[in-house]
Design a protein around this ligand. Structure first.
Ligand code: B1M
Length: 227
């Protein structure tokens, strides 16, 4: 199967909500040595965008969206360990605490961001979904995080991103602890409005952003965390 046909089949497996097919195609991708990021982006994520559009137009419904997510997760179950392997031999470039904002259970994009950060040598602590501000703060404190990342997929839960930033400001932890945001509805304008330290539209740009922020942070002396 050509690469283009493989990516198209991956895309279709998500639209069809077919986890077994999605997993088998991911295995084929690994075996044949295709570019895994392209497989994720041009294949599975593209299928997910189509499902999202159809859901928005009421041509697909909640069970279709659930099935699509299961297919994507099955594929990521194969691809994530492959991506993780790339990161295991590198020294850590910084610690990132990551999670999806309170009230929001979308996990796929956030998990992908975490996987790529891990693959690029960052130590990632993923708090999962529906994460309250206090949990972000406790984990950041315990792990002496360099960057905290808050994902939101719903316009209603974007406010959770603002709350995390307000908390870190109140506690005097910024600018040394960087707070970044992302997720499908998040815009640069929102990122500026809530004074986040950065915004990334996808997982690849999230890695570039975190790399830049941790390098900048390395130039600032001292730890914001009391011993
Ligand atoms: Co939901 N959902 N969903 N959903 N869902 C959306 C987000 C929606 C846009 C669909 C639509 O209407 N067209 C819509 C939101 C509308 C809005 O608020 N404006 C929506 C809705 C309405 C809902 C429910 C309310 C539906 C209902 O119950 N009636 C409900 C809410 C539940 C809740 O959270 N409380 C709901 C539920 C679900 C499922 C559970 C069925 C499922 C999620 C399953 C799971 O994650 N385990 C689901 C899905 C799958 C989607 C869509 C179709 C796909 C999301 C996804 O995984 N995309 C989505 C439509 C869409 O986004 N096109 C939709 C693939 C993923 C790789 O992309 O998450 O965007 P994404 O992540 C990208 C970037 O955004 C970025 O990098 C990632 C990788 O490139 N990024 C970051 C993400 N986080 C980042 C953090 C960063 C940096 C970059 O730094 C910290």
């Amino acid at each position: 199967m050509s690469e283009t046909k493989l990516f198209e089949a991956m895309r279709q497996s998500v639209i069809d909500g077919a986890p077994e097919t999605a997993r088998t195609l991911a295995e084929t991708g690994v075996k044949t040595g295709v570019d895994l990021l392209r497989a994720i982006h041009d294949g599975y994520v593209s299928g997910m965008s189509c499902v999202g559009e159809q859901f928005g137009q009421r041509r697909m419904f909640l069970p279709d969206m659930v099935a699509a997510a299961e297919a994507m997760k099955a594929a990521m179950g194969v691809l994530e360990p492959e991506l993780n392997r790339l990161g295991t031999e590198r020294p850590s470039s910084g610690t990132i605490v990551l999670g999806t904002a309170k009230g929001d259970i979308h996990e796929i994009g956030k998990t992908l961001v975490g996987t790529l950060l891990g693959a690029n040598g960052f130590r990632v602590h993923d708090l999962g979904v529906d994460v309250p501000v206090e949990k972000f703060a406790a984990a950041a404190h315990e792990l002496r995080a360099d960057v905290v990342g808050v994902s939101a997929l719903l316009t209603t839960t974007m406010n959770g991103q603002k709350k995390v930033i307000e908390f870190f400001d109140r506690e005097g932890l910024r600018p040394k602890i960087k707070v970044i945001i992302g997720g499908a509805p998040v815009t640069r304008q929102w990122a500026e409005e809530i004074r986040s330290d950065g915004f990334a539209k996808d997982a690849v740009s999230a890695v570039a952003l975190v790399r830049r922020l941790t390098q900048e942070k390395g130039d600032v002396a001292g730890s914001p965390w009391p011993d």
